[in-house]
Each structure stands twice: as structure tokens, then as C-alpha cells.
Design a protein around this ligand. Structure first.
Ligand SMILES: [Zn+2]
Length: 88
């Protein structure tokens, strides 16, 4: 596919860690960016480290979520939720 080929060769500048997280969390929503970012981390060690860090974080979070209602996680989630509510 011509378009895909073009995207694969697209060079993007470093996204902020926040944007990187957004792209990684919703690859379907940011398909073009995701592809470009995937390509980007093959030559950008800085972003590669960010991705690895995020990956590790979500891996841990995922493991924790698998466990049957860890009281610590539930308490943490409730705190986060309460914080969000405050700001609205
Ligand atoms: Zn970068």
C-alpha cells in the first residue's frame, strides 16, 4: 500500500512523554502517529526509553489488575477517582 509506505518513512520529532503515552494507549485512535512513533523509537533512544518505562508500568499495573481485588489497588483507584472528581 502506497500510503502505508509513506507513513513508515515519516520522520516525526520526539513527542512529549504525555503524547507518547496517549499514542501507546490508543493506537487505534492514533494509527498514523502510532506507526510513525513505532518507527521513531527504532532510531531515537530517548523515546525508546520512555516507551520501555511506560511498558513496564502497564505491565505491573496489568499484573496487579489480574489479582483478585487487591485492597491496595482498590484504595489507590478510589483516591485517583476522588482526585479527578475534585477537579470537575
Ligand atoms: Zn524521540
Amino acid at each position: 500500500m502506497k500510503i502505508e509506505h509513506k507513513i513508515n518513512r515519516l520522520r516525526i520529532s520526539c513527542p512529549t512523554p504525555f503524547d507518547a503515552e496517549k499514542i501507546l494507549l490508543q493506537p487505534d485512535k492514533h494509527q498514523m502517529l502510532f506507526r510513525a512513533f513505532e518507527e521513531h523509537i527504532t532510531y531515537c533512544p530517548k523515546c525508546f526509553r520512555i516507551v520501555r518505562k511506560l511498558h513496564k508500568f502497564y505491565e505491573i499495573l496489568d499484573e496487579e489488575m489480574q489479582k483478585e481485588a487487591s485492597p491496595k489497588i482498590v484504595a489507590f483507584a478510589e483516591t485517583v477517582y476522588a482526585e479527578k472528581e475534585k477537579h470537575h
